[in-house]
Ligand binder design. Structure first.
Ligand code: FAD
Length: 526
């Protein structure tokens, strides 16, 4: 919005900011006599509109609700800096949460009685924001923290380039996934998305607007990556690019035996050099359980004619393990990729007759979850509660986890509704200086219970989640939550383990008034 300072706009602005200030119990009145231009400009971008408040009070999880006093619709990073400065220098500071696409499941992007910054507003303001700028010569893209990964993909594909590390679903913002880690089937080889950032622009909790990288303001750089929004708001990230492949060979293999399944997964991820042409480009895994169909909302992969034989396998074994792998190809390799895939499959111990393959375009593969989302939306099923639980489990304990959780708690309760992912990654592809927390072992698994529940039934899934965490604690499985959510300080201290002191120190350094991302409930949980 262009600020013209005509009379009516000026008074509206004063009205909104004064109201927000009074609601927030900020005692110092706005100095209207001095016509504080920055505050007025800020006020025009603050909304107390009930629909804006309502939307900022909800997230994808549909479980937590927390109302902010106002929503900021920034058109440039300077608006965010002005808001933070306003709170930082106030005698009664208020919490500020960047909201990317609100795809958190536990209120992490909310700010009760504070201000939510609707980052997506900046995507509509290309003139002032960072947008997406591709450097073909230097093989990177400068992207705004508010950008969706799908838009990053489309913009870079125009130049035949693409980032290397993804999430399964692309309608997430760059700032949102970099605040967590950003994991998918590429992580074993390229590391999470946080391992694929060259530099960032960040506005700290002291309203300092800094560029950071491994060489410049490095403490801030490492703090912010995986930092759960605690240290600053990312307004730009520089993402490295590679030539984009044309298409992918996409294979799923079924196992009735967990040990063979994980052995094969671990064998396959042991080839993980970035430049190793024989390495796979993607590896994941999931459980197939009795949910009516071997497909789920995130993927319809198996040919219809094979559904009966897969279903009877599931009925027989209770759980079938599905290994999923991909190899990219381009014009140069399209004639050899089948042979290479055949070599990969040799020696694997999947069930004979249970190998399924597809050949799809690269973008179609990366954007594979979208069609499921649209289908659910058309049925009104996208906005149901999502009591998700995402975990990292050391390799040495994944078999205990299978016996006690998959074959124990999960089969007994028999309520699973949605995908359950399980796949390994390599610790060496992560950077321990970053804030993200992972197990100590060289290989660890991610397990994601991605439930969709009814509006009245989410508590049953929460009970199951708690049971799973209790089981891990009781049996000494050194589990770490991904996309963590805790409500007490003790739990957070335990979660961060040896990283807690550094995390806390960085908080005092970059956000000493504890303004940012209060919805994570790390420093403001009482
Ligand atoms: P939000 O939910 O809006 O914000 C998340 C946190 O980041 C909040 O604390 C917020 O304050 C903070 N934040 C947001 N923007 C910024 C910024 N610019 N600077 C600093 N802090 C910021 N994750 C994976 O890793 N891999 C997956 O494959 C994957 N698949 C998913 C599929 C679906 C359908 C959904 C709903 C989620 C999935 N996720 C996955 C989880 C997802 O990465 C996180 O929930 C992520 O935070 C969502 O991004 P967002 O833009 O919606 O962030």
């Amino acid at each position: 919005m262009v600020m013209s300072f005509q009379f009516p706009a000026y008074f509206t602005a004063i009205f909104i900011i004064t109201r927000v200030m009074s609601i927030m119990k900020i005692s110092k009145p706005l100095d209207v006599h001095h016509k504080d231009i920055r505050a007025v400009d800020l006020a025009t971008k603050l909304s107390v509109d009930p629909s804006a408040i309502e939307s900022a009070s909800r997230d994808f999880g549909g479980i937590v609700k927390a109302e902010p006093e106002a929503v900021l619709h920034p058109s440039a990073p300077q608006d965010i800096a002005a808001l933070i400065k306003f709170s930082y220098s106030s005698s009664v500071p208020f919490g500020i949460a960047a909201k990317g696409h609100g795809h958190s499941a536990r209120g992490q992007a909310m700010a009760e009685n504070g201000v939510v910054v609707d980052m997506r507003s900046m995507a509509n303001n290309r003139r002032n924001g960072t947008g997406i700028r591709v450097s073909i010569d230097r093989l990177y893209a400068d992207v705004g923290g508010e950008q969706l990964w799908i838009d990053v993909l489309n913009a870079t594909l125009e130049y035949g380039l693409a980032p290397v590390s993804w999430t399964d679903y692309l309608y997430l913002t760059v700032g949102g996934t970099l605040s967590n880690a950003g994991i998918s089937g590429q992580t074993f080889r390229y590391g999470p998305q946080i391992s694929n950032v060259l530099e960032m622009d960040v506005i700290t909790g002291k309203a300092d607007f800094l560029t950071c990288s491994p060489r410049m303001n490095s403490e801030l750089f490492y703090a912010v990556l995986g930092g759960l929004g605690q240290f600053g708001i990312i307004t730009r990230a520089r993402i490295p690019l590679q030539p984009a492949p044309k298409g992918v060979k996409w294979v799923r293999l079924l196992y009735d035996d967990f040990s063979s399944f994980t052995k094969d997964q671990e064998l396959l991820i042991s080839k993980n050099g970035r430049k190793d042409k024989s390495a796979l480009d993607y590896l994941e895994g999931s459980l197939l359980m009795d949910q009516g169909s071997p497909d789920n909302w995130r993927s319809s992969f198996f040919p219809h004619k094979d559904h009966p034989k897969i279903i009877s396998l599931i009925t027989k074994h209770g759980i079938i393990y599905c290994l999923e792998i991909v190899k990219h190809y381009d014009d140069r390799t399209k004639h050899t990729v089948d042979k290479e895939m055949k070599q990969v499959l040799q020696g694997l111990n999947y069930m004979p007759g249970f190998m399924f393959g597809k050949d799809v375009g690269y973008e179609e593969f990366l954007n594979r979850v979208r069609s499921g989302e649209l289908k659910l939306k058309s049925q009104g099923l996208w906005d149901v509660p999502h009591p998700w639980l995402n975990l990292f489990i050391p390799k040495s304990q994944i078999s205990d986890f299978n016996n006690g959780v998959f074959r124990g708690i999960v089969l007994e309760r028999n309520i699973t509704a949605g995908p359950v992912l399980v796949y390994p990654m390599n610790r060496q592809k992560w950077d321990d200086r970053m804030s993200a927390v992972i197990p100590d072992e060289e290989i660890f698994y991610t397990v994601g219970f991605l439930h969709s529940s009814g509006f009245d039934t989410w508590e049953a899934f929460e009970d199951q989640n708690k049971d799973i965490m209790r089981f891990c604690n009781k049996t000494g499985i050194l589990v770490k939550q991904y996309l963590p959510h805790y409500s007490t300080k003790e739990e957070w201290v335990h979660h961060f383990g040896s990283k807690w002191k550094v995390f806390q120190h960085r908080k005092y350094q970059f956000d000493p008034r504890m303004l940012l991302s209060p919805g994570q409930r790390i420093f403001n949980n009482n």
